[in-house]
Write a protein that binds this ligand. Structure first.
Ligand code: SF4
Ligand code: SF4
Length: 479
């Protein structure tokens, strides 16, 4: 009698994962990617717990499309660890990794002024441990060893605005070779301290706020954040609008709780000139999150809600796999111009462009090259998008103003338009003990930066014991 039952349709590939039943993070187990009724599953084989099936996509067609979008990887310039025990125990970054750090996360404190139920980092008031400037300088030095011209640094925590030197840190990183700088925040300080916002404004172009924004419903926020944050969020957005500071809303989704708000949040985001788009993140099992319940949501389910929402113009063709990490990130870019709705209130008119670009243009694009340097690519994108769009007339022939993700073509802006005319929807799914797939993890492009290593965000959060220097989540300053 077979030990494992055959309860699937197609076998797609074999990989490695962890068993979420016994929670053993010390060794990987075999897993297969299989389909069943047009959905995709990770079929895990644990010697102790037997077989388990984890749904990783509700849309086999989109899953297949992800493979078509794979591009030649941009690798880190240097590995900082060796291959000793194999992936994912050798983070990082080890020579096996197949993506460079598109997004470098600088964790500057364990302190927080909130205690969210879904905090991946398990931050809370009283933890303290603000990183010193010397540590932050060392983190930058380490990042630059792997990526001499980083695309994006995001300052995070804990709540980074509790760090007494937050402005000094942002000013320091703004002068680094990184092209863009982001502040990941719950918005409390922005809502309450206008002088702080004025200091943020002085950071100038290339700075953006990544604002926690999961819901417009107090009860949902109490569930996720242990607090009704509606007024704080509105006040912080009023401040960011007042000072025209580029802002991305970040929405963590818990199935059955707030995914029905996706259309409403997208519509809400279009009422602010300062908002550049929305990032949706399915909840992951890390830190204080206990997701043993049935509230995991897949990237494909979120994508489906977006493309079925009649209030936004993004179609299935517009929400495409990001070529450097296609199974884990889906993006849709649009041109944005502010106009007025029927009641005379500001409302963004958005025109998706991703669906109009030929796939080859996107997958042939080599990241890390700044857009301005790649003239032929720029020309092709402009010509493509200029063809039949209402805004095509206004699109300048030689100006690309901004870029956010290194792997993604910059948005093309008419001469009198800038980054404020970019709008994007992103779905970004991280890996945890439940959905871990060792082939995907090698493509992760979000890295936590430590003084001597850089570690993929997911393996960092999972609490894996690494082969070279056990990770110290809460550092003790060396001096
Ligand atoms: S996740 Fe990347 S850095 Fe970590 S062990 Fe695997 S390949 Fe190496
Ligand atoms: S999720 Fe952010 S705001 Fe909430 S406790 Fe964690 S660090 Fe603080």
């Amino acid at each position: 009698m077979a030990y494992y039952t055959k309860n699937y349709d197609l076998f797609l590939s074999a990989t490695q994962s962890f068993c979420h039943k016994c929670g053993n993070l010390k060794k990987c187990i075999d897993a297969h990617i299989v389909t069943k009724n047009n959905e995709v599953f990770l079929r895990k084989f644990c010697p102790d717990c037997g077989e388990s099936m984890v749904k990783i996509s509700t849309d086999f067609n989109y899953y297949k499309k992800c493979e078509d979008y794979l591009k030649v990887p941009d690798l880190p310039e240097k590995a900082l660890t060796r291959v000793l025990k194999g992936c994912p125990f050798d983070c990082g970054v080890c020579p096996q990794h197949q993506n460079h750090p598109c997004l470098a996360l600088f964790n500057i404190t364990d302190e927080c002024n909130m205690k969210c139920n879904i905090c991946y980092y398990a931050a809370e008031p009283g933890l303290g441990n603000h990183r010193s400037m010397a540590q932050i300088e060392q983190m930058l030095e380490t990042l630059l060893k792997t990526e001499s011209e980083p695309d994006l640094i995001q300052v995070t925590g804990g709540e980074p605005t509790t760090h007494p030197k937050i402005i000094e840190i942002l000013q320091y990183l703004k002068k680094s070779p990184a092209r863009h700088l982001m502040l990941n925040t719950n918005g409390i300080k922005i809502a309450q301290d206008e002088n702080f916002v004025k200091d943020l404004k002085k950071l100038g172009a290339g700075f953006e706020v990544y604002l926690q924004f999961d819901s417009l419903n107090p009860e949902v926020l109490k569930d996720l954040r242990a607090k009704d944050m509606v007024e704080i969020r509105k006040k912080s957005l009023a401040m960011l609008e007042k000072y025209s500071i580029s802002t991305t809303l970040v929405v963590v989704l818990k199935k059955g709780l707030n995914e029905h708000e996706i259309p409403e949040i997208i519509a809400y985001s279009r009422t602010y000139k300062c908002i550049r788009g929305v990032v949706f993140q399915p909840i992951e099992e890390a830190g204080r999150v206990d997701t043993h319940g049935d509230f995991r949501i897949t990237l494909s389910e979120i994508r489906q809600i977006i493309i079925e929402d009649e209030r936004n113009p993004f179609t299935a063709d517009d929400m495409i796999p990001l070529p450097c990490d296609p199974h884990k990130i889906s993006v849709g870019y649009a041109a944005k111009t502010m106009c007025k709705d029927k009641k005379g209130k500001p409302y963004a008119n958005i025109m998706p462009v991703t669906g109009q670009l030929p796939k080859e243009l996107i997958t042939n694009y080599q990241g890390t090259v700044t857009f301005e340097k790649d003239k032929s690519f720029v020309k092709t994108v402009i010509e493509t998008v200029s063809l039949d769009t209402a805004m095509g007339e206004g699109i300048l022939k030689d100006k690309i103003k901004q870029k956010l993700f290194c792997c993604w073509p910059d948005f093309l802006a008419p001469s009198d338009m800038g980054y404020e005319n970019v709008y994007r929807l992103v779905i970004s799914e991280f890996s945890d003990i439940v959905n871990f797939d060792s082939s995907n993890i090698k493509r992760e492009c979000n890295f936590m930066i430590e003084p001597e290593r850089i570690i993929p965000f997911s393996t960092y959060n999972m609490g894996i014991e690494f082969s070279q220097t056990t990770i110290q989540k809460f550092w003790v300053p060396s001096s």
